[in-house]
Design a protein around this ligand. Structure first.
Ligand code: PMV
Length: 390
């Protein structure tokens, strides 16, 4: 019995920080991925890499365990292995990738009851979805017969397992919820949704024309409700001819500190909100260029975005050095994520030259093609391990 699920990391092309104030932002799934492998084990305690899972060190896994794999409903202990090539805590979405991959693995391993002859998420007898508010996933119902049971309205319910049971939407929703829980209630859905859906994801405060709307996300924060409209931008024309080169400064800079720094700067000088709005305008220009497949213009928008981010005080000398080094061989380069350290990203048609230039300037690089696959269940052997109501 074994399930393996993987999800990509992400980098932000436009709009970090401004997105916290409702401006649009675009994130792209990268080639680097995290894989979560789960197997049922005897005994009471969960294991991570062979040792006992410490819930306080792994809040994402712990929250998911409570939501999807409750001991109180008879779920067995699990052994978890995590592998991958997304550097941790560097703005590349490693925790979101881990969360959505773990969510998919748990869902594939427990399966999902669905109501037959009802399409879409309306047919879900259990589980989480943007359109399902009743999240009573754990209530055991009538005795099942070969994976079929009757619900309270005498409708037949069927048990799906493995890949078929996994909903990307559910993984994105739960991924966002556990990220928010682990970050003291503050997290935009950008990471979880990009790691779950893959490709190119656009966040905005409004419904954007001419692109596929995925769903709306809401999150109550201490200072009020936040609402985001998420869209799938699709693979832009010519996207297979450009690459992203990510340069890691190796400087540790927690997202929360950077976000607080920007909030404080605006509290002291409210007129600086203009800078946030300018980032929004630049992001819109970049989005239009992406839609047209005009990567020269995308690169120019990235350069302009970086000028604004630097003005906001979220760049740092190490990032500036790597961005400068990438300049001559790339279409555009900027910091990606919260800044203050972490990573920069360059858009380039010449990934080898750009990568070498960044490495010479002291950065560690990852090369990624543009627009990558989202969440995938790689292995689902002898599933379900366990299921409520079975
Ligand atoms: O550092 P990351 O990859 O978590 O990105 C943070 C992006 C911000 O816009 C700064 C914050 C946010 O929640 O969107």
């Amino acid at each position: 019995m074994k399930v393996e699920a993987s999800a990509p990391g992400k980098c932000i092309l436009f709009g970090e920080h401004a997105v916290v104030f409702g401006q649009p932002a675009v994130a792209v799934a990268i080639e680097q991925r995290i894989t979560v492998i789960i197997e049922p084990i005897e005994g009471e305690y969960w294991k991570l890499e062979g040792g006992r899972l410490d819930a306080s060190k792994h809040p994402h896994l712990n929250t998911l365990r409570h939501r999807l794999w409750p001991k109180s409903a008879g779920a067995p202990a699990l052994s978890i292995h995590i592998k991958g090539d997304i550097p941790r805590a560097s703005g590349l979405g490693s925790s979101a990738a881990l969360s959505v991959a773990a969510c998919a693995a748990l869902r594939a391993a427990r399966g999902r009851w669905i109501t037959e002859n009802v399409t879409g998420t309306d047919g879900w007898a259990e589980g989480y979805a943007s359109t399902v508010t009743d999240t009573d996933a754990f209530e055991a119902k009538d005795d099942p017969e070969a994976g079929i049971r009757l619900d309270q309205f005498d409708k037949r319910e069927r048990h799906l397992v493995g890949n078929e049971a996994v909903s990307i939407d559910e993984c994105a929703l739960l991924g966002h919820a556990v990220e928010a829980a682990a970050q003291g209630g503050r997290a935009s859905p950008m990471d979880a949704s990009t790691c779950a859906h893959g490709g190119v994801v656009l966040l905005s405060d409004v419904l954007e024309p001419e692109v596929e709307h995925l769903y709306q996300r809401r999150l109550a924060m201490r200072d009020g409700m936040r609402t985001w409209e998420l869209h799938d931008l699709g693979m832009p024309k010519g996207g297979d001819e450009v690459y992203l080169v990510i340069g890691n400064t190796g400087v540790y800079a927690p997202t929360a500190v950077q976000v607080a720094k920007v909030a404080e700067a605006i509290r002291i000088e409210p007129q600086r909100m203009k800078e946030i709005e300018t980032i929004g305008t630049i992001a819109r220009r970049g989005i239009l260029a992406l839609k047209k497949g005009d990567f020269e213009a995308v690169g120019r928008a990235m350069i302009e975005n970086q000028v604004m981010l630097k003005g906001l005080g979220v760049s740092c000398p190490e990032l500036d050095t790597l961005i400068r080094a990438a300049g001559p061989s790339s279409l555009g380069a900027k910091l990606t994520g919260a800044g203050g350290g972490g990573c920069m990203v360059a858009l380039t048609k010449n990934p080898k030259a750009t990568s070498e230039a960044i490495e010479l300037a002291g950065g560690r690089t990852h090369i990624s093609k543009f627009g990558n696959l989202g969440l995938r269940v790689e292995v689902a052997k002898d599933v379900p391990f366990w299921s409520p109501g079975q």
